[in-house]
Write a protein that binds this ligand. Structure first.
Ligand code: ZN
Length: 54
């Protein structure tokens, strides 16, 4: 499972991840190149964080 999200939605993303996966995710920041091409999963802002279990 992977969630990309903006600063506003990081708490929501973590909550969703823990609720669905029953484990804590690895939180990483996207590199600048990825930020430009990736949108938040919950709004139209550019994504800053990647929440994933790998
Ligand atoms: Zn967002």
């Amino acid at each position: 499972m992977k969630i990309t999200c903006c600063q506003t939605h990081i708490d929501h993303a973590l909550d969703m991840f823990v609720a669905k996966q029953n484990t804590f995710p690895i939180l990483t920041q996207l590199i600048d190149e990825e930020k430009l091409s990736t949108k938040c999963d919950y709004c139209d802002d550019p994504a800053i964080y990647l929440v994933a279990n790998e």
